[in-house]
Unconditional design. Structure first.
Length: 65
């Protein structure tokens, strides 16, 4: 048995932020997840990643209070 294969680490994204980006850009959640993982590198993908980081930090601030 070959144990060189490592399990893929899955990131947990904030669903509220994903849905907000989906509504704003009119894109599928699959495309947004691919952008956040780095599978997509278009200009739109870069905007999505930057906006996700901003919105996620705002959500985290609210949840900490």
């Amino acid at each position: 048995m070959n144990k060189d294969n490592e399990k893929r680490k899955y990131n947990k994204y904030i669903p509220i932020v994903i849905n907000r980006l989906k509504d704003k850009y009119g894109l599928s959640t699959q495309f947004i997840h691919q952008s956040l993982r780095g599978d997509r590198t278009s200009e739109t993908s870069e905007k999505i990643v930057a906006e996700y980081k901003l919105l996620a930090s705002e959500v985290e601030k609210v949840l900490r209070k």
